[in-house]
Design a protein around this ligand. Structure first.
Ligand code: HBI
Ligand code: FE
Length: 296
């Protein structure tokens, strides 16, 4: 797909991918950067109750599994009782790391997504899943985006990494490096693990907002846990609709920020000469990290 898509083409491809072929969000009201009003008054009592149930279940699972930075931020965000008001959160967040939230109807084109990240704006979906989607949802909803992504925006190093990632994405569009950047996003921002003094912990949003994967990724004997290596990540395919076969582990957030330093043009040139790796690959050079199995 061409790196810069028109709105019509993007919405058509999104509707095709969504089950039932219909768009979950209201894109008609979106501005050129796909930003909409959150319309917080529009959430029903039932939706706030569903939010509370999702939040309580996930906050209980996050204890002892999410990294301390996430736990601390969730405490500060105090968003357990109702769908949060993005404006109010943005005021607190801006004071901490100069990031703001922008309300979007759902997934937005890569170039728009990168444009927001490059300007320290995190797109948060406004719609909330239905009760039947409590345990699994194919597209990001407000719970995934908020509970999964917003807490780490309060961490200065991660906040800078995400902005650099956005700038890298805008460059990747021109260098045909999109698929490599998408893998980096997937294996860090969505499904990343981090070592902490207390042992292996979760920082990836896709795991933080998942009822089952948040324990599986730490304790199951099935997946590989490989020490983060930028080129290795960028070569590795990922799974969209099942638990991951591989998780990449960093030792600190600075590692992520440092990984955005090299000139990606040379890296992409090298990557083109290397085989793409299936998600469950194990290479001789991979440095493995032990699971939390058996540890209390
Ligand atoms: N749009 N709203 C939204 N949220 C995302 O996480 C997102 C997106 N568009 C593209 C995208 N993620 C991925 O393709 C990233 O790899 C860029
Ligand atoms: Fe996400």
């Amino acid at each position: 797909m061409d790196a810069i898509v028109s709105r019509d083409d993007f919405l058509k491809s999104l509707a095709e991918k969504s089950d039932g072929g219909k768009l979950r969000g209201n894109y008609a009201a979106a501005d050129p950067l796909y930003v909409v009003a959150q319309d917080w008054a529009g959430y029903t009592r039932e939706q706030h109750a569903l939010w509370q149930k999702l939040y309580r279940r996930q906050a209980n699972l996050a204890a002892g599994r999410a990294c301390e930075e996430v736990i601390d931020s969730l405490r500060r965000l105090d968003a357990a009782d109702a769908v949060p008001q993005f404006e109010r959160i943005s005021d607190v967040l801006f004071k901490a790391t100069r990031w703001r939230l922008v309300a979007v109807p759902g997934l937005v084109p890569d170039q728009v997504f990168f444009e927001h990240l490059a300007n320290r704006r995190f797109p948060v979906t406004v719609w909330l899943r239905e009760p039947y989607e409590f345990d699994y949802i194919a597209e990001p909803d407000v719970f995934h985006d908020f509970f999964g992504h917003v807490p780490l925006l309060f961490n200065p190093i991660f906040a800078d990494y995400l902005q650099e990632y956005g700038k890298g994405g805008l460059k990747a569009l021109k260098l045909d490096g999109l698929k490599y950047l998408a893998r980096l996003y997937w294996y860090t921002i969505e499904f990343g693990l981090i070592e902490s003094p207390g042992g292996l912990r979760v920082y990836g949003a896709g795991i933080l907002s998942s009822g089952g994967e948040i324990d599986y990724c730490l304790r199951s004997g099935k997946p590989h846990r490989i020490r983060f290596d930028l080129e290795r990540v960028m070569r590795t395919l990922y799974k969209i609709d099942s638990y991951q076969d591989t998780y990449f582990v960093i030792d600190c957030f600075e590692r992520l920020f440092d990984s955005t330093a090299p000139d990606f043009t040379q890296l992409y040139k090298r990557l083109i000469t290397l085989d793409t790796l299936p998600a469950d690959t194990l290479l001789a050079g991979d440095r493995l990290v032990a699971s939390l199995a058996g540890r209390r």
